[in-house]
Ligand binder design. Structure first.
Ligand code: SF4
Length: 628
């Protein structure tokens, strides 16, 4: 048994017959799959058959942490949720922070694998290595904060941590999120809908079982180094202003998606910026377990139509963009209110805001009419209609029932013109970083197995701004932001391996990373070795990330997806209007050429499917067998 970091305990929850089993994997298993995303993918590939209905009992939901989770250093309390996605019908993968991940570890488990479907709602209570399923009818239909309060009282402990699916997940909104602390979300790819479809309402955890750290003194030194250097680091502003820090900068560079991606410039961006939030509705900063950065926002609005309870946190950059500039809305309080609704009902703010922005676009083009919306004037800039629509989506009321399917599925009802306005990849709505001005993101958005994602690789400007850390990854030939040549494709792939490793070691991508982050790749290596005593190198980390990426691609290949699914929405090839990015567009030719290079570098065929030799070299011969 590994002496550090792990409990060697995976909890299998069989909901069909309300049975619990504890698996005790061996050392090799942990050294290969590590934790987080790759650990979850192992169970997804083994237990979810090809072609399974994502909202059916055959889908397997994995909730996993890693050997680093709960250690006394910033950025390690992360939870990965993996299942087949009801939004993309392909692999689903989503991360969150907060205190739940560390508490799950202290409760005695490295992961929870949920199989089947319960006949009626249940919740799972895990405490000090013990687990039990309990009835949850009394929690069904309640807001996330109310569910927490009921469980605090029922279990007699306000220090329990609760992960839950909200009302949107109960209603199988395809982009429903998992929520903890009533304000942290495993937002992307619809994991809340999967949990809701299983009639598993919540998981409560509590424990005192802290895994041992191999070299506590060295880890403490690394943690102290982080605390000391934080004020001079490039993440200091993130602590002060949250991710909202970048609203103004993105806008200035022509990279703030506006008017459903017709432009990269929003005239009133300052009104929804992190600076404005700090001056007006910000109540306090919040954090995740043991993190010194404290980037989370807590906002409060006590008057007017958009009252916000601080319990539901505050909007991130992506949320300010999707409910703000995507929809041409410059009312910060309305955006904060939409954020509250998403946390209260359990929805991904990116997909929710972007789906409403698409609907506004289709409404103004006349593809959707007031008759469709039940009389709602769904025009750009209408904050009242936007917030009303968020509520209707969560409850699947009226036109909300159509939008609860996500923009790509909803558009199919309204014809080709409406479909051409969708800004999604693999049916997942695009996040608020524009590939037109950061070209390698165009490639990564296209090829990423769970749809467009801004946290799956490093963004282009970092290549020239952080040469020392880039050199640690073998990247020594910086390129301009707006080119997508062979070297830039290499940059995209290698940094994608590193980000993939971050989601497998389950560490925060603001604290650890290859560029502007508090700690660089060398210090990530140091942390892994201090905690686990594994003697890994940067190359070993990259291989962990490469293995996880190949597992995801293999899952998609098993579903029949390949190159054809790796495509960007039409709007990416239309010239942007206004601001510094005026007139800029991607071209289909550059994306197709980049895909050729990328597949070849990754060791995949030209359909984007991992070759047998590649899978075998990563210890994934069993996955190659599945594909053959
Ligand atoms: S940087 Fe922010 S998101 Fe990351 S662990 Fe710290 S508080 Fe949480």
């Amino acid at each position: 048994m590994l002496p550090y970091g792990y409990h060697h305990k995976i909890l299998h929850v069989y909901l069909d017959d309300l049975r619990l089993e504890i698996e005790t994997p061996d050392d090799d298993f942990y050294k290969t799959y590590v934790g987080g995303s790759a650990l979850g993918l192992y169970y997804l590939l083994k237990h979810t058959p090809a072609g399974a209905d994502p909202l059916g009992p055959e889908n397997t939901l994995a909730l996993t942490v890693s050997g680093l989770t709960g250690a006394p250093i910033s950025g390690q309390s992360r939870l990965t949720a993996v299942a087949k996605s009801p939004l993309t019908d392909l692999v689903g993968d989503s991360q969150s922070g907060g205190f739940f991940p560390a508490e799950l570890k202290f409760a005695g488990f490295d992961g929870i694998i949920v199989h089947g479907r319960a006949a009626s709602p249940v919740y799972l209570w895990i405490h000090d290595g013990e687990a039990e399923l309990r009835p949850a009818e009394h929690l069904w239909g309640k807001s996330t904060a109310d569910v927490e309060d009921i469980l605090f009282e029922e279990l007699g402990d306000e220090k329990i941590q609760v992960l839950q699916t909200g009302i949107a997940g109960e209603n199988r909104v395809r982009f429903a999120a998992l929520i903890s602390m009533a304000n942290r979300a495993n937002g992307r790819t619809g994991m809340g809908a999967v949990m809701g479809s299983k009639n598993l309402k919540a998981i409560a955890v509590r424990g005192k079982n802290r895994p041992k750290v191999a070299d506590a003194k060295a880890l403490n030194q690394l943690a102290r180094w982080g605390a000391k250097h934080f004020p001079d680091s490039d993440v200091y502003g993130l602590g002060l202003l949250g991710t909202a820090e970048i609203v103004n900068g993105q806008n200035k560079g022509g990279g703030l998606p506006t008017h459903n991606w017709d432009s990269g410039y929003f005239e009133n961006a300052a009104a929804i910026s992190g600076h404005r939030m700090s001056e007006t509705i910000l109540k306090e900063r919040d954090t995740c377990y043991a993190c010194t950065v404290r980037c989370k926002r807590v906002v409060e609005v006590t008057e007017g139509p958009y009252r916000v309870d601080p319990r539901y946190g505050g909007p991130e950059y992506e949320t300010l963009a999707t409910f703000g500039s995507y929809c041409n809305i410059d009312d910060l309080e309305a955006v904060a209110y939409a954020n509250q609704l998403c946390n209260m009902y359990g929805m991904d703010t990116i997909s929710c805001g972007a789906t409403i922005a698409w609907a506004m676009d289709a409404f103004e083009h006349g593809y959707i009419t007031a008759e469709d919306t039940g009389g709602l004037d769904l025009r750009f800039g209408n904050a009242e209609a936007m917030t009303r629509m968020v509520e209707m989506i969560a409850k699947r009321e009226g036109f909300g029932d159509v939008l609860a399917e996500g923009s790509a599925r909803a558009a199919q009802r309204f014809g080709q013109g409406a479909m051409d306005l969708v800004v999604a990849v693999k049916k997942q709505e695009m996040p608020a970083h524009m590939p037109q001005v950061k070209r390698s993101l165009g490639l990564i958005y296209a090829v990423n197995p769970f749809g467009a994602d801004h946290q799956s690789s490093e963004h282009d400007p970092s290549y020239k701004w952080y040469p020392e850390r880039m050199a640690m990854l073998g990247l020594t030939n910086p390129q301009p932001n707006k080119v997508l040549n062979e070297e830039k494709v290499k940059f995209a792939l290698i940094t994608e391996y590193l980000y993939s490793a971050l989601d497998t070691y389950n560490v925060c991508q603001f604290v650890f990373g290859p560029a502007w982050h508090l700690y660089g790749p060398d210090q990530l290596v140091e942390m892994v070795n201090d905690i686990l005593d594994w003697n890994v190198t940067v190359e070993d980390l990259l291989e962990v990330g490469e293995r996880r990426l190949n597992m995801m691609r293999a899952f998609n290949a098993r579903e029949g997806a390949g190159r054809e699914e790796d495509k960007l929405p039409k709007k990416m090839y239309k010239a942007l209007k206004g601001g510094r990015s005026d007139g800029i567009a991607l071209t289909p030719e550059e994306i197709e050429q980049a895909k050729d290079w990328y597949y070849e570098m990754a060791g995949w065929d030209q359909n984007g499917v991992p070759a047998r030799e590649k899978l075998e070299s990563l210890g994934l011969g069993w996955v190659a067998e599945m594909l053959s």
